[in-house]
Write a protein that binds this ligand. Structure first.
Ligand SMILES: [Ca+2]
Ligand SMILES: [Ca+2]
Length: 237
């Protein structure tokens, strides 16, 4: 057990120092309402956005407008009279996925997901992003190429926030194999290790409105290391 705890500390330190991904997510906009938007590209890269807004008529497309205004993300859109604006392509951080209905892959198109807590993710079939009214606390997601609901790397307990609750799950399964997402295996190799911790680091502290200042790397490292004794107690208990 001592060895495992030592490995956890070393792993956290390595991830904290080596991961270039601290604060990989972005907070944009301004206002008293807060929504989360996930974007998952064809290559599996997932980005999270926290969007603050005040206009009660803000739509799903409006959330993307705010993200485009506040980040380097860009979209390709087409207008259909029956549906309104359809987002057919998204580019961000070197990733690009564009609808290709007539290509060799029949799944090559963006899925639009919505979440209105306490309900979970659903893929609406009776309205699109133009017809979606974004409420405070809601979440949207754009997922390319498959019909599985999105998940945020690092979010073991699937509450769309990445924090100490998730870190405790990772710590409780540290260096164990045969584990699932909800046990801390975010890259799907069955093991809970530094690779998963690095993914967690990319989204560390995402999810809490209002927009917090991004944690600097030393601050994040200190915060994670500070959690280690508590994790140790949980493991021993
Ligand atoms: Ca969580
Ligand atoms: Ca793993």
């Amino acid at each position: 057990m001592t060895c495992s705890r030592y490995a956890l500390i070393v792993g956290i330190l390595i991830a904290a120092l080596a991961a270039p991904a601290w604060g990989d997510y972005a907070y944009v906009g301004g206002g008293d309402k807060f929504a989360k938007v996930l974007v998952e590209f064809d290559d599996g890269a997932i980005y999270a956005f926290g969007v603050s807004f005040s206009d009660p008529s803000t739509t799903g497309v409006g959330l993307m407008d705010l993200i485009e205004a506040g980040t380097t993300l860009t979209t390709q859109r087409e207008y259909y009279p029956a549906y309104g604006w359809i987002i057919e392509g998204i580019s961000y951080m070197g990733h690009t996925s564009i609808d290709d209905y007539y290509g060799p892959n029949p799944n090559a198109w963006w899925r639009y997901w919505v979440m209105d807590p306490p309900d979970g993710w659903e893929m609406p079939w009776d309205y699109g992003a133009s017809g979606r009214t974004a409420a405070d606390g809601c979440a949207d997601a754009w997922v390319y190429g498959h019909n599985t609901a999105p998940r945020l790397p690092g979010d073991a307990n699937n509450d769309l926030a990445v924090n100490g609750g998730d870190l405790a799950l990772v710590g409780g399964n540290w260096f164990q194999t045969g584990k699932t997402w909800s046990e801390g295996d975010f890259n799907g190799d069955g093991a809970v290790d530094g690779g998963d911790l690095a993914l967690m680091g990319g989204n560390w502290m995402f999810g809490s409105p209002p927009s917090p200042a991004p944690l600097p790397e030393p601050g994040a490292a200190v915060l994670l290391v500070a959690a280690v004794p508590w994790l140790g107690r949980r493991r021993a208990g």
